[in-house]
Design a protein around this ligand. Structure first.
Ligand code: PLP
Length: 360
């Protein structure tokens, strides 16, 4: 019997997930430094205070980490004015997403999301063989009215990224309120707010209000984006104590390393660095808009640290040509004629535009 025969059929059909074009690999191939605008990271890096805290902690890595992430949860709880049992910390918000799917999957259970969103939403459903319902986007945003109509007795999870990756759009409070009023109790609504800190729009809802009202909502946030700690893998979820406790049942023990915990605490406290990153992102986003318009390229105005650009031809052709020029950007998931460009430093954005001029 070959190994593949013991692997369930639905797993056999999944293409292995390998991060596309890791910067180091491309650099080795091209022999020059690459411009990484494919991962929506913070191009200005982490707070120097976070780096210092991580470095100072390296002497103390023999013991297992504090499995409860006590100090970080305490800091987050006091900031959000919620109790510590409404917070879970883990190795990235996608890990909490995985726990959520693990906890709720059962024969016949379905996940509902949009057609063009975060790749992990789809992958987790495939891994667990859950039914996946994807509704078409409406002008690049989630169509919540259409989604509400697709909820059935089998739906267990509705997964929404707000802002959405790869489109950069947001769901406004009025629209979300309407949706939440329609969502039945047997459905957990996940609001993935990985880019929360970048949003500056008065219509952006305060997702914690739903949690405070006792709704079945899980809010996910991360230290991977504006805090610049993607390499340390740390994120958190906020929900009702009952939902958080359920996630603890399926969580892998000791899954948040101790260096990440101390770095996240220091990064959290450095508000100045967050502010600086957000305002530099805004300025660079405006610069990109201006330059894209000059080239008659349509883009979707973004609430995050990346922008979706319409290409009117297969995005993969353009992103491969850009890769040959040493610039990494991504074809957008769910929109084959669009590419997603992370906002870089001014220098990186210039390099992207120069490469774009060569390939278009
Ligand atoms: C919508 C969304 N959620 C979550 C993540 C991943 O976050 P983390 O690094 O905390 O797992 C990303 C990263 O690209 C994302 O775009």
């Amino acid at each position: 019997m070959s190994f593949s025969q013991i692997v369930p059929e639905h797993i056999q059909h999944i293409p292995p997930y390998k991060s596309e074009n890791p910067a180091e690999q491309v650099e080795r191939k091209l022999g020059v430094p690459v411009v990484q605008l494919g991962m929506n990271e913070n191009p200005f890096g982490p707070s120097p205070k976070a780096v210092q805290a991580a470095r100072a902690f390296l002497e103390k890595i023999a013991p297992y980490p504090d499995d409860s992430a006590y100090f970080l949860r305490q800091r987050l709880a006091s900031h959000y004015k919620i109790s510590m049992d409404e917070i879970i910390v883990s190795s990235g918000s996608s890990d909490i997403l995985a726990m959520t799917y693990d906890a709720l999957h059962s024969p016949g259970a379905e996940v509902l999301t949009g057609e063009a969103s975060f790749v992990v939403f789809y992958q987790l459903a495939e891994i667990l063989n859950m039914g996946l319902v994807r509704t078409p986007m409406k002008e690049y945003a989630f169509d919540l009215e259409a989604m509400a109509e697709r909820i059935t007795s089998k739906t267990r999870l509705v997964v929404l990224a707000n802002p959405n990756n790869p489109t950069g759009t947001i769901i406004g409070r009025a629209e979300l309120d309407k949706f939440m009023n329609k969502a039945p109790d047997h459905v957990l609504v996940v609001l993935d707010e990985a880019y929360f800190e970048y949003v500056n729009d008065p219509s952006y809802p305060n997702a914690l209000d739903y949690v405070r009202a006792g709704k079945p909502v899980l809010v996910l946030r991360t230290f991977s984006k504006v805090f610049g700690l993607a390499g340390l893998r740390i994120g958190y979820g906020i929900s009702t104590p009952e939902i958080i406790e359920t996630l603890y049942k399926v969580r892998m023990a000791f899954n948040t390393n101790s260096v990440a915990q101390v770095a996240a605490l220091a990064a959290w406290d450095d508000r100045e660095h967050v502010q600086k990153s957000v305002s530099m992102n805004r300025a660079e986003l405006e610069f990109l808009y201006h330059e894209l318009s000059k080239r008659h390229l349509r883009y979707v105005p973004s609430h995050a640290n990346f922008v979706l650009v319409e290409l009117k031809k297969p995005a993969r052709d353009v992103t491969s040509a850009l890769l040959d020029q040493g610039v990494i950007v991504r074809p957008a998931w769910g929109c084959p004629a669009c590419m997603r460009v992370s906002v870089g430093t001014h220098e990186q954005n210039h390099a992207f535009l120069a490469a774009l001029d060569k390939v278009l």
